[in-house]
Write a protein that binds this ligand. Structure first.
Ligand SMILES: [Zn+2]
Ligand SMILES: [Zn+2]
Length: 266
């Protein structure tokens, strides 16, 4: 059975809090030191220096994540339990699944058992939560090794995803935030991170909550990006993952205006 409608993120708040507590021992996600050191800054690190992930541990965490999601989404419980039973058992198939998921290879599902019975959207939804955990650990390890200052693009320097949120710091500099791996990176203010448009007449923003939040919009590609302005906010430096969830009503507002959510697209 496929998902009938998208899962509204605030419904999963409690689930996300539990997912956040899943800790990965350092050895589970290792860096290829030589590949990281020779990063040329031209493509995301995930392509040139992918993480070395223990496939058995990955499967164990996947099962844990599916169980948590099933406990919070009764309408998906059966699908998620079924997916858990189809996780590959052999080490080679497990390694193949991990590699394909990390590479965003559409053939990832073929490493599952009886994969013909799996609905692609259930597969994608469930594994996106597992990937967030592993890519988040990978990104945190990279932050100590790599300087992203020279990157300057509209997509994530670690995993290549488009940003899901951004912030203006206290000096007005703009940082984009990746919802998949949690990386933040510097980006110019007067440009669209989705299509690269820099024409001022096609760029704009809407202010919300007395300017604490703004939503940048682009009339070139109809993309939008929610942003927290730290200069106007009275709360401490935020965790942008939670800010994104907290501000879902802003998505609803700009979607109604005809803008399109382009986050996660590569
Ligand atoms: Zn990323
Ligand atoms: Zn654009």
């Amino acid at each position: 059975m496929a998902l009938k409608e998208p899962v509204f993120p605030p419904r999963l708040l409690d689930c996300y809090r539990k997912l956040e507590k899943i800790e990965l021992p350092a050895a589970v996600v290792a860096l290829d030191g030589a590949a990281v050191a020779s990063w040329d800054g031209k493509s995301p690190l995930l392509e040139s220096a992918p993480p070395l992930i223990d496939p058995d541990r990955f499967i164990a965490v996947a099962q844990q994540v599916f169980d948590l999601l099933a406990a919070h989404l009764p309408e998906m419980e059966k699908d998620l339990q079924c997916l858990g039973k189809k996780l590959p058992a052999g080490t080679a198939a497990r390694a193949g699944l991990v590699h394909a998921l990390i590479s965003r290879d559409a053939r990832a599902v073929t490493f599952m058992q009886d994969y013909g019975e799996i609905a692609p959207d259930v597969f994608g939804f469930a594994f996106s939560h597992v990937l967030r955990i592993f890519l988040g650990a990978y990104a945190r390890r990279l932050q100590a090794e790599v300087d992203f200052a020279r990157w300057g693009r509209g997509s994530c320097p670690v995993c290549g995803s488009k940003p899901i949120f951004s912030r203006l710091d206290r000096t007005g500099r703009r940082f984009l935030y990746c919802g998949l791996c949690g990386t933040e990176w510097r980006f110019v203010r007067a440009a669209c991170p989705f299509c690269g448009n820099t024409a001022p007449e096609k760029l704009g923003f809407y202010l919300f909550e007395k300017g604490v939040y703004r939503v940048y919009v682009c009339n070139g590609c109809r993309g939008y990006l929610k942003t927290l302005d730290e200069r106007a906010a009275d709360h401490a430096v935020p965790n942008l993952f939670w800010e994104d969830i907290k501000t879902v009503p802003l998505d609803m507002t700009v979607l109604r205006l005809g803008f399109v959510n382009k986050s996660f697209a590569i």
